[in-house]
Ligand binder design. Structure first.
Ligand code: SAM
Ligand code: SF4
Length: 327
């Protein structure tokens, strides 16, 4: 079992399989001039499978595949097949922009991969296209609805972006009236590859909740798992639920159970920290398993207690783009 220096059990890994993406969401990365990693710097699918096996042998039982956009990797399904064969891995989930998932939906079902987070920050086409800087609205919307209606456990991630999609908050919420889906409103974080900096946000989780409360005073709070980053609610009579994720306010650090590994092998122990070590070259050496395990233990043994502590410790952490961290 992996236990960090603050006695938190780490059983959840967010594994980024690429830093590339077919969208250019303006809160995540600049429109141009992004330095994506060269292909040989990315883990291969074999390396990702081996790394996952090592992590699972250390007590990890939940892996979330993320990126960049995971499905830009044409061989992603091979990794998903292998993960689904790992018995001790209880939960495999994917975070995706839903542009490219269509052809894989049937197989995901067969593999038992039901937990899919879809990022969609606007229900209005124009707003969506402005935020993502691409024209994939119909594909994303249709894939999202298909996932929901075909029985996947879908959570929609929608970042509240001042001046961009605030008019979309209530219509996004209305999706939960008609569908058994969870819509989660996230606070924006300044990990956008340097395109904009900020040290406070207007739309923190309290503000989002007040805004929703004005329209739906009857909503009520739900019980959530202790390690959940979202605080969850329901509007009576609605099929689905909604939540807020205080990713910038960082109210959930005390029960953090997660570790992030980037597509190039960086081990990131907190969103607000720089990488503590890199596993790629270690993985590529002979007899690497023992060293990989030791590096993970070392990283977990020196985690910051909170995102605020991490932020203080590391300089220039906001130069990072979420496309390399994986969200
Ligand atoms: N491409 C996939 C997607 O968009 O779902 C997976 C990778 S994306 C980096 C993972 C998550 O990070 C998404 O839900 C996205 O909305 C979120 N994210 C990206 N940039 C963010 C930011 N600056 N603040 C808060 N969340 C962010
Ligand atoms: Fe791509 Fe996801 Fe970042 Fe949008 S949030 S640019 S879809 S990685």
């Amino acid at each position: 079992m992996l236990i960090d220096n603050h006695n938190r059990i780490i059983n959840y890994v967010r594994l980024a399989v690429t830093d590339r993406c077919n969208l250019r969401c303006n809160y995540c990365m600049p429109a141009e001039g992004i330095n994506f990693a060269k292909s040989d710097k990315l883990f291969t699918i074999d390396e990702l499978s081996r790394l996952s096996e090592i992590l699972v042998s250390q007590g990890v039982d939940k892996i979330r595949i993320t990126g960049g956009e995971p499905f830009v990797r044409k061989d992603l399904i091979v990794l998903l097949r292998r993960l689904s064969e790992m018995e001790a891995l209880k939960d495999i989930s994917v975070t995706t922009n839903a542009t490219l998932i269509g052809p894989y939906i049937d197989e995901l079902k067969v593999l038992g991969i039901h937990n899919i987070n879809v990022s969609m920050d606007a229900i209005h086409r124009k707003t969506f296209e402005k935020i993502t800087r691409r024209k994939h609205y119909d594909t994303v919307y249709n894939n999202m609805i298909r996932l929901i209606t075909e029985g996947f456990n879908v959570r929609i991630n929608c970042i509240a972006l001042e001046g961009q999609n605030i008019e979309d908050i209530l219509p996004m919420l209305e999706l939960t009236k008609h569908y058994d889906v969870s819509v989660r409103f996230l606070e924006e974080m300044p990990f956008n590859g340097g395109s904009k900096t900020f040290d406070k946000i207007t739309w923190d989780y309290k503000h989002i909740l007040e805004y929703i409360r004005d329209a739906h005073p009857e909503y009520y709070k739900l019980e959530s798992p202790k390690t959940s980053t979202s605080i969850n609610y329901k509007i009576p009579g609605y099929k689905g639920t909604f939540g807020v994720i205080p990713s910038f306010s960082r109210t959930f650090c005390g029960s953090c159970n997660r570790l992030r590994i980037s597509a190039t092998g960086d081990v990131i122990t907190c969103l607000y920290a720089k990488a503590s070590t890199n596993l790629r070259d270690i993985m590529r050496a002979e007899n690497s398993e023992g060293r990989v395990k030791a590096e993970i233990l070392k990283a977990i043994g020196s985690r910051a207690k909170t995102g605020f502590e991490a932020q203080k410790k590391y300089e220039n952490v906001f130069d990072n783009s979420m496309t390399s961290i994986g969200g």
